[in-house]
Design a protein around this ligand. Sequence first.
Ligand code: T4K
Length: 407
Amino acid sequence: MKRDVNDLAIFGGIPAFAEKLHVGRPNIGDRERLLERINDIIDRRWLTNNGQYVREFERSIAEIVGVKHCVAMCNATVALEIVIRAAGLHGEVIVPSFTFVATAHALQWQEITPVFCDVDPRTHTIDPLQVERMITPRTTGIIGVHLWGRGCDVEALADIARTHNLALLFDAAHSFGCSQDGRMIGGFGDAEVFSFHATKFLNSFEGGAVVTNDDILAAKMRRMKNFGFADYDNVDYIGTNGKMSEIAAAMGLTSLESLDGFIATNYGNYKQYQRELEGIPGVRLLPYDERERCNYQYIVLEIDETAARITRDQIMHCLWAEGVLARRYFYPGCHRMEPYRSYFPHAGLLLPQTEALAQRVLVLPTGTAVAVDAIGALCQIMRLVVTHGETVGERLAAGATKDSRAA
Ligand code: T4K
């Protein structure tokens, strides 16, 4: 227990965590069940190419989400690239800048221009009012991102897409197992994309999927992820290799069996953070709507630097010194990353909420790898740092860190 600021590791105290606490430590299901499945895969010598585990995984995901088709892929980035191409997008597509850069790259990779749109500061998701303003004659689609497992304003976006005859896709990388307006995420728009990357709520080591109710789109994507093959020796479209392997599907299926446990742990962590961060000035935990289904996979703080009297980055540096690798997702915003920074040097002028959020957000560790005691210790450090925000901030600004003391 750290009693005063001199106990902080950044000023020379002993770090609270000998083993680092990461954001994104994987949730692991039943190891024995996974190994059984892997043994079976090896015994049957069917390792990839639409094997039985991939097909079972696809059926399970489609059933949980309540959609007609799930097309499993090697990761969500390739899944986005494929659905963007299969849906016929070209020219310009409207996306938020406040997202992981893969959302924008999946467009630019195929020379489609991502037009960055501002977000609603309340929800962190794309702001439909701003979307309307970004539409030009070159616009062919909108990609909303259900950030942190919290859904976009799906109805407003669907209205805009209908009115302007645009495709509507969702990057649901964060949102497997979540609902919006009481309906499971996965069934909105023309198609949605899940990520099953190691750091996601449900993981298949690496993996992703497109879910859709559109038969034609699904059939097209099935070919596109397999080099465009319609049959032996018969290629219908330009394709790529987007296939999910059997071992990834085995991990995905095994993770699915532990879903309720993962949610219970994440929910418990969220409630503990909520209790233990309560009342720290300038520190706000982004709330989840508990009437919706939610995976509670992200603990997202917004730091009001004026009220906290210390900057978000200074808080982060204090946590890093303690062994807590808190993350500034999605700093600095896609529009400030290359190649977009060079293509659209003034994009920030149209993205005031994104610019502000990128300075405020700090994501903390959660998931099955984070112990209750660790959350308690982490919150106590946050309280100590922010309660003495002015002093800590001034000392850090003056260069009084562990290294400078040693010098
Ligand atoms: N759209 C959105 C909105 C996304 O957030 C993402 C991915 C995508 C699309 C694309 O999905 P995929 O193509 O990946 O399926 C991570 C992930 O690599 C990325 O999947 C994720 N979003 C993004 C939010 O976070 P980094 O650069 O922060 O990853 P990294 O390597 O720093 O990992 C985070 C932490 O997790 C580390 O501190 C260590 C820990 N970790 C990581 C891995 C891989 C582990 O403990 N074990 C592990 O196996 O991007």
